[in-house]
Design a protein around this ligand. Structure first.
Ligand SMILES: Cc1cc2nc3c(=O)[nH]c(=O)nc-3n(C[C@H](O)[C@H](O)[C@H](O)COP(=O)(O)OP(=O)(O)OC[C@H]3O[C@@H](n4cnc5c(N)ncnc54)[C@H](O)[C@@H]3O)c2cc1C
Length: 596
């Protein structure tokens, strides 16, 4: 079942909810007119549907594998990556100074979503390169930028992110990899990194590892971590490739999902030391890595959305094709299963959550663009703060729901969903990693509480809730049961979210464990309310379009119905989630550890 990027919905969200027109009026974004963006999305959709999506299932069946001469990627990946790079897709959102196309994040976001929708294992490689580019742009000096950026932006080389070690996963304070200064501006790197995505592969001539390590006199904990560039092949002064660096892939993991994406154990310095160059200043590595991680976390959120869309398309095609059981209201013979109300419920679960998560992510991308391109410094700072509040939600909520969506997709397939041939099971297996890497959902939720809610006393959260209430007031002006239902449940959701923000800010000092016991439910509640808010906005805009007779009436009616479904089935969960947070911590923490 081929994946077709949902360009129509993407354009609707990008133009109507995230207001591309306003972004294209910002300095530096003038090329991103709605017409140009539409052409870019159409071209990207053609490419991923034709070249990348067809490799998704075959690569799952024939994963990348390790050899002593290096990792061999799944059949077709090398050629597809060459086409990807040649067409300039890696550089879409990156600066023109380094060979990119300089388009805003709002235009890049749908293209990234569709790449992941087509094939997460493949798309991980560009995702990691994006993170490396972002870190170098922020913290690299001119020499590093000149040596590496254009090669990464054009897809000539790829990037990796080396944080994890056997004893250092969620807690990077435990990183032990050593960096010894050589007195000539370089360092020798010694240590083991595990779980490194695309830590080795055969798709490009060089791989640029960004590595967290400690210098000899570094302070303990996260304040003593520095960031280094350690290329697979050293780069000569004229830019040509030099000696093989002492950074070797000693094995790759056998995994539940994303099997075609090689997950490497990298050994640094077993043969005298891997040559590394410091990025930025010593001991500021985690700060730089956070920049890279924010970009990558947003990207992983898009993986959840892309995967959900693919699983939905898969299940929908099956539901229209599979004939089983008579219609409840009577039919002479069996009907396709899409006639059965429960199958419809499952499909609407899948569709409405995917659309809500997409809308929230694209609105997040527009905030990022405003944070980077607005003329006014206050405006930039405000947009940055809201974007940063949304990143853990976009990552955590979109990926958690992708697992529910993929599970519903398997369910719609019945027994065939459990059989690998249909491909439904692959989405379910692939989805599981999304809530783990780039910080587990619990780590996203800790970030949401600590840095994003408590630090500003809940200000950004409350400002967003005020905007939700403004949408609610707009809904009150419309007649019709659908708008009344959306308004009622959105109003309730906003109140529950506000109660939780007050609870978090008010209790953090007196009952820190109690507050963190509700961290993941808070993240989920915020996702549901803010995603439901975007669906409500989509319904309002759709009604305006219908009133003036502008565009595809069937699309707008479906959008209103989908928004109502989301309100009836997800926003209604808000009260229960709130109760589990504000009243439920005692139960979480009641048992002594010995009682488990
Ligand atoms: C396929 C794959 C690809 C990966 N790619 C990369 C990569 O490219 N680069 C890289 O550096 N790493 C990568 N990782 C590593 C990944 O980021 C870590 O696995 C992840 O951060 C979790 O760390 P951990 O596995 O050590 O789990 P742990 O940190 O041991 O966590 C175990 C459990 O404890 C919970 N937990 C831990 N601390 C807290 C806390 N403070 N509060 C609440 N709960 C907590 C977690 O949520 C989790 O449920 C990858 C991993 C996999 C499996």
């Amino acid at each position: 079942m081929p994946y077709q990027p949902p360009v129509k919905d993407m354009l609707f969200v990008m133009n109507e909810l995230a207001n591309l027109q306003a972004i294209s009026e910002l300095p530096g974004c003038e090329d991103a007119t709605p017409e140009t963006a539409e052409a870019v999305l159409e071209e990207s959709a053609k490419f991923v549907a034709a070249e990348i999506a067809p490799l998704n299932h075959s690569a799952d069946q024939e994963p990348s594998y390790w050899t002593k001469d290096g990792v061999v990627t799944s059949k077709g990946f090398k050629q597809a990556f060459a086409q990807f790079a040649e067409a300039g897709w890696q550089g879409l959102q990156h600066p023109t100074d380094f060979g990119g196309q300089g388009l805003p994040k709002l235009v890049g976001t749908p293209c990234v979503e569709m790449l992941h929708g087509a094939n997460i294992s493949f798309a991980l490689c560009p995702l990691l390169s994006d993170g490396a580019i972002e870190a170098l742009l922020t913290a690299g000096d001119d020499k590093l930028k000149a040596t590496y950026l254009e090669n990464l932006v054009t897809g000539k080389w790829t990037g990796t992110m080396n944080l994890t070690e056997p004893q250092a996963g969620s807690d990077l304070a435990a990183v032990r990899t050593r960096a010894e200064p050589q007195g000539d501006g370089t360092y020798k790197i010694f240590g083991t990194k595990i779980f490194i995505t695309y830590g080795d592969h055969d798709m490009t001539d060089n791989i640029v590892h960004l590595v967290l390590a400690r210098t000899p006199d570094a302070p303990p904990g996260v304040k003593g971590i520095s960031l280094f560039i350690v290329p697979k092949f050293l780069v000569n002064a004229d830019g040509s490739l030099g000696a093989r660096n002492d950074a070797h892939c000693v094995s790759i993991e056998h995994k539940l999902g994303i099997k075609a994406s090689p997950t490497a154990v990298l050994q640094f310095g077993d043969n005298g030391g891997a040559i590394g160059t410091l990025v930025g200043e010593e001991n500021r590595g985690l700060e730089y890595m956070f920049i890279m991680m924010n970009a990558a976390r947003f990207g992983v959120g898009l993986q959840g959305i892309g995967l959900s869309e693919h699983a939905y398309q898969h299940a929908l095609a099956y539901a229209k094709d599979r004939v089983q059981s008579r219609d409840l209201t009577g039919s002479p013979a069996g009907v396709s299963i899409i006639h059965h109300p429960d199958v419809r419920r499952l499909l609407m679960n899948m569709r409405s959550q995917t659309e809500a998560a997409r809308a929230l992510a694209y609105v997040g991308a527009s905030l990022y663009d405003k944070a980077h391109h607005s003329v006014d410094a206050d405006e930039r700072a405000q947009n940055q703060a809201v974007y940063e509040y949304l990143v853990p939600i976009i990552k955590g909520w979109s990926t958690e729901l992708s697992q529910d969506v993929a599970r519903d997709g398997v369910q719609i397939h019945g027994g065939m969903g459990f059989i690998e041939e249909t491909g439904a099971a692959q989405h379910y297996r692939d989805a599981k990693i999304l809530t783990i890497y780039e910080g587990t959902t619990a780590i996203q939720a800790n970030d949401l509480i600590g840095r994003k809610t408590v630090r500003d006393g809940g200000k950004v959260a409350k400002d967003l809730i005020a905007q939700v209430r403004a949408t609610e007031a707009e809904l009150a002006k419309l007649d019709g049961a659908e708008f009344a239902a959306i308004r009622k449940h959105l109003a309730q959701g906003a109140s529950e979210l506000e109660a939780v923000v007050d609870y978090v800010v008010g209790n953090i000092k007196a009952d820190i464990k109690g507050v963190f016991a509700g961290s993941v439910p808070y993240l989920k509640l915020a996702g549901i309310v803010l995603g439901g808010w975007q669906m409500a906005r989509a319904a309002l805009i759709s009604q305006q379009k219908l009133t003036v007779g502008d565009g595809d009436a069937s699309f707008y009616k479906a959008k209103i119905a989908t928004a109502r479904f989301f309100a009836d089935h997800f926003l209604t969960q808000a009260a229960g989630i709130r109760a589990s947070i504000t009243d439920g911590s005692a139960g979480v923490l009641a048992l002594d550890i010995e009682q488990f």
